[in-house]
Design a protein around this ligand. Structure first.
Ligand SMILES: Nc1ncnc2c1ncn2[C@@H]1O[C@H](COP(=O)(O)OP(=O)(O)OP(=O)(O)O)[C@@H](O)[C@H]1O
Length: 908
């Protein structure tokens, strides 16, 4: 049975459900059309049922319908619940879906990103691949290029090989050329030798001719010479016969009558004439010979020219040889360069093949591995750069090869040129030689012919002359025959005379021997007498010297020497024109003469030294006095004279020619050395100057502004504070002198000016001790270079106060010196020593116990004549003074030791 359902309800429900379905389908997102086809069909079926059962089914159906409605509502609620559940589920699902969608979206974004990245990577990859492909293509192209280059290099190598072959050929050519050249050279040398030999032959041929001509003879051959010599001899004989005849004519009148003599005389005269003629002929022959000689000398000139040309040719040849050698050397150098190039090429070749191999390997590796594309690319790049470098080096090599080839070509060309030049020179020289030889041969031939004809002519003439001479000789001998008789007579006489002479000789010889003996005896007597006389003379001389010394001693121990200095440049520009007025006497070395105002004054001194005298001479004269200081004497040597008269020269002297000072000290050292077995000596020196009456120590370590003073001690006067210095050799003395000179120079602006205005004193203290007796001696040697002695007015000092003071002081001290000497000489009780510093200081060295030498210096020229006369007058006055006998300063050993002790005590 089928229940009918109210149509409206079902429709409502359906509608409601439909609307609800629309809602949640809408909520779920589905269309209502999409509802189940079953549901629609069931609804359509119920509509169909309603139509069929409308009449039987009311209530039951209604109930059923209600139930079913209920059930349906329940179902609906259930369904609603389920729907809600579903909705919640749906919501949840939807959320989940959203979440998942979000996630999906994110994932998609990530994916998309990744995808985009992947795409990018892919694109990059594609690009890279494309690039790689391009690179590969480029690499392939490069490889192709390389391959091409390899081909080019191979071509080059082949070319080089060819080139080397050519070079080798060239070298072989060069070698051949060298050999040819050396062959040529040797050939040329041979030819030269041949030519030399030819020239020598020619010269040899020519030499005898020359020799003959040179000897002044008449012909070229030895035979001719002999003949000429023969002729000459005959002529000489004839001449000597003539002379004999002449002699006999002069002397033999004893055995010949006067008529014969006259005849002989006339014959002799005739003969002399003939002789003259002959002489004339001989002269002509000589001039001809001279001509011949001239001819030969012109030949010699030619010869010389020829030799000169030959020499020039040889020189040119040697120059060409040098050029050739240079070319060969250059070719050698080129060949050497070629060898080096070859080696370089070989090296490059191997390098290239290595490169190629590595390239191939790289290529293979490139092909095999896509990953190593980049490195391959880099290597390819480096390879390409290397290749580029190779290419450029090849280019350079090629250029070098081209240069070498050009050089070789040039060398070859030069060689060819040199060869041509040599050929040309050779042919030229040959032609020249030939021409010269022919010319020379012609000249020689002509000369020979000319000589031969001239010689023949001369010979002929000489023969004619000879014949003529012979004829004349026959005549002469005829005429001479009577003379021969006279000669034999004379000869007889001569024999008799010779006998007489022999006899006489026999008698004379013993007489001569006797004479000789007598003479020898006389000579021995004379010798004996001479020796005796010599001995007596020496004795006399010694006696004289002794007497002289005694005289000097008696005269008071002062000796006055004069020294005239030579003319110097200061005297005038031209020394030969300077007027000399002071002269020494050659016969008497004690006289000095001065021409003044038309008069000649003569001064007598103890010794006068001429301008030519040497420093040694002055020293020798003063030596004995100097050395006496060793024996305990006080010695004083002055140099006195006007400025520029030579005082310093005599006392100091130049370094190379020292004066008295250094010679004296050297001599003292020598004497001390000789005496050192018996005596011991100590020498001390002091050097001082007196300027403007102020004493200055020239060897002081510190220079005091205040002058030093003269004091009196037990030993005599001394300079307080004066430094003394022990010296043991000449060098030390020299050093002290230098020191003193330095100090003197620094203390004044003008050393010369200053030195001529101050007195310089070298004081030498000599203390000796006798080693066996202990006796001591103490001597003092004062060597003094006095200040210039010119007068105040003349020196121009009046215009200048300082100069005036200087001049006054000098004059004062010098006149004091004169006064002291005068007082000593006139034995005055008071000697004015203290009037000047100089005389005060020299108190114990002037006078009885001392020896004095005064060297008066004079200039020889007219402008100084007044001063010279003044000085000489002063010297004469001094000489006239008798100072008494000198005394030794000796003391016993005891006194000496006591004095020493006292000194020690005083000093302590
Ligand atoms: N015997 C001589 N031989 C060579 N030259 C001499 C001689 N004597 C002096 N002279 C020269 O003459 C010049 C003057 O001499 P020197 O200086 O010795 O004179 P001086 O008398 O000492 O002068 P001053 O008083 O001015 O010092 C110097 O050039 C010196 O060399």
């Amino acid at each position: 049975m089928a229940f009918r359902r109210p149509m409206v309800h079902r429709a409502d429900i359906a509608e409601k459900m439909a609307s609800r379905e629309d809602d949640w389908t809408a909520e779920l997102g589905f269309e209502s059309d999409e509802l189940d086809d079953d549901d629609k069909s069931s609804a359509e079926e119920s509509e169909d049922d309603d139509d069929d059962d409308k009449a039987g089914v009311n209530f039951v159906e209604y109930l059923a319908l209600q139930r079913s409605l209920k059930a349906t509502t329940e179902k609906k609620t259930e369904l609603h619940k389920a729907l809600q559940q579903t909705r919640a589920d749906l919501k949840r699902t939807r959320r989940q879906l959203d979440q998942s969608e979000q996630r999906n979206r994110m994932q998609r974004a990530i994916f998309e990103q990744a995808h985009a990245k992947k795409l990018l990577d892919k694109d990059n990859l594609i690009d890279n691949l494309k690039l790689s492909l391009e690179d590969l293509q480029a690499g392939a192209q490069q490889t192709e290029g390389l391959m091409k280059m390899v081909g080019q290099i191979t071509d080059l190598t082949n070319e080089k090989k060819e080139y080397f072959e050519k070079a080798e050929l060239l070298a072989a050519d060069l070698q051949l050329a060298k050999e040819e050249l050396s062959a040529l050279e040797s050939e040329h040398a041979e030819r030269m030798e041949e030519k030399d030999a030819e020239i020598k032959d020619l010269q040899d041929q020519f030499d005898p001719v020359k020799a003959a001509k040179a000897s002044g003879g008449a012909g070229p051959s030895a035979l001719d010479n002999e003949e000429i010599e023969q002729l000459r001899k005959e002529a000489q004989e004839l001449r000597s016969k003539l002379r004999d005849a002449e002699f006999q004519a002069k002397t033999g009148s004893a055995g010949v009558s006067s008529g014969d003599a006259a005849k002989f005389k006339s014959e002799i005269e005739a003969l002399q004439r003939k002789n003259d003629e002959l002489r004339e002929d001989l002269r002509t022959a000589k001039s001809q010979a001279a001509k011949l000689q001239a001819l030969s000398s012109s030949d010699a000139d030619k010869d010389q020219r020829l030799t000169e040309e030959l020499r020039q040719l040889q020189e040119e040849l040697s120059q060409e040889r040098t050029k050739l050698r240079e070319a060969v050397r250059r070719a050698d150098a080129t060949a050497e360069e070629l060898t080096t190039e070859k080696a370089t090429h070989e090296r490059l070749k191997t390098e290239f093949s290595d490169l190629k191999a590595s390239l191939d390997a790289q290529k293979a590796a490139l092909e095999a591995s896509g990953d190593s594309q980049k490195s391959a690319q880099a290597q390819l790049q480096s390879l390409s750069s290397e290749l580029a470098a190779e290419k450029s080096s090849h280019k350079a090599e090629k250029a070098a090869h081209a240069d070498t080839r050009t050089a070789l070509d040039t060398a070859k060309k030069q060689l060819a040129e040199v060869k041509d030049e040599i050929d040309r020179l050779k042919s030229d020289s040959d032609a020249q030689m030939r021409a010269e030889r022919d010319k020379f041969a012609d000249t020689l031939q002509n000369a020979k012919a000319a000589h031969a004809s001239e010689i023949a002519e001369l010979k002929q003439r000489a023969e004619d002359d000879m014949r003529d001479l012979k004829d004349r000789l026959g005549d002469v001998s005829k005429r001479v025959r009577p003379m021969a008789e006279a000669i034999s007579f004379l000869a007889k006489n001569y024999k008799a005379l010779s006998k007489e002479v022999r006899d006489l000789q026999g008698e004379i010889e013993p007489a001569v021997k006797q004479c000789k003996r007598d003479l020898l005896r006389t000579l021995a007597d004379v010798d004996k007498q001479y020796k005796e006389m010599l001995r007596k003379y020496r004795k006399e001389m010694a006696l004289r010297k002794k007497l002289h010394n005694q005289l000097v001693d008696l005269r008071g121990n002062i000796r006055v020497f004069g020294r005239v200095r030579p003319v110097i440049s200061e005297d005038g520009k031209d020394a030969s024109k300077v007027k000399i007025v002071v002269r020494t006497d050659q016969t008497d070395d004690q006289l000095i003469k001065v021409d003044r105002k038309g008069k000649t004054s003569t001064f007598e001194l103890d010794h006068v030294f001429s301008p030519e005298s040497k420093q040694e001479d002055v020293f020798e004269a003063a030596k004995d006095v100097i050395v006496s200081c060793i024996d305990g004497f006080n010695v004083c040597i002055f140099a006195y004279g006007q400025t520029g008269s030579g005082k310093t020269f005599t006392m100091d002297g130049p370094d190379a020619n020292p004066g008295l000072n250094r010679r004296a000290l050297q001599h003292l050292f020598d004497v001390i050395e000789d005496k050192k077995g018996d005596w011991s000596y100590e020498i001390e020196v002091s050097v001082l100057e007196i300027y403007n009456e102020t004493i200055v120590d020239l060897l002081a370590e510190k220079r005091s502004k205040k002058g030093l003073e003269v004091r009196h001690g037990k030993e005599g006067p001394y300079v307080e504070g004066l430094s003394t210095h022990v010296v043991s050799n000449a060098e030390e003395v020299r050093q002290y002198f230098l020191q003193a000179q330095k100090l003197r120079a620094t203390s004044s602006t003008d050393m010369n000016e200053h030195s001529s205005r101050s007195h310089a004193l070298l004081i030498v203290f000599v203390t000796g001790t006798n080693l066996s007796t202990g006796v001591t001696t103490r001597g003092k040697l004062n060597l003094i270079d006095l200040a210039g002695s010119e007068r105040v007015a003349k020196s121009g000092a009046l215009d200048n106060a300082a100069r005036f003071k200087e001049a006054t002081n000098i004059n004062k001290s010098l006149s004091c010196l004169g006064d002291v000497i005068h007082a000593l000489g006139s034995k005055q009780k008071h000697v004015p020593y203290r009037n000047s510093k100089l005389t005060h200081l020299l108190q114990d060295s002037l006078g009885g116990s001392a020896k004095t030498i005064m060297v008066v210096q004079v200039a020889p020229v007219v402008k100084n004549v007044d001063e010279s006369v003044n000085s000489l007058n002063f010297a004469s006055r001094v000489r006239a003074v008798e100072l008494g006998q000198a005394k030794k300063k000796t003391e016993s050993a005891e006194v000496a030791s006591l004095k020493k002790k006292l000194k020690e005590l005083q000093s302590s």
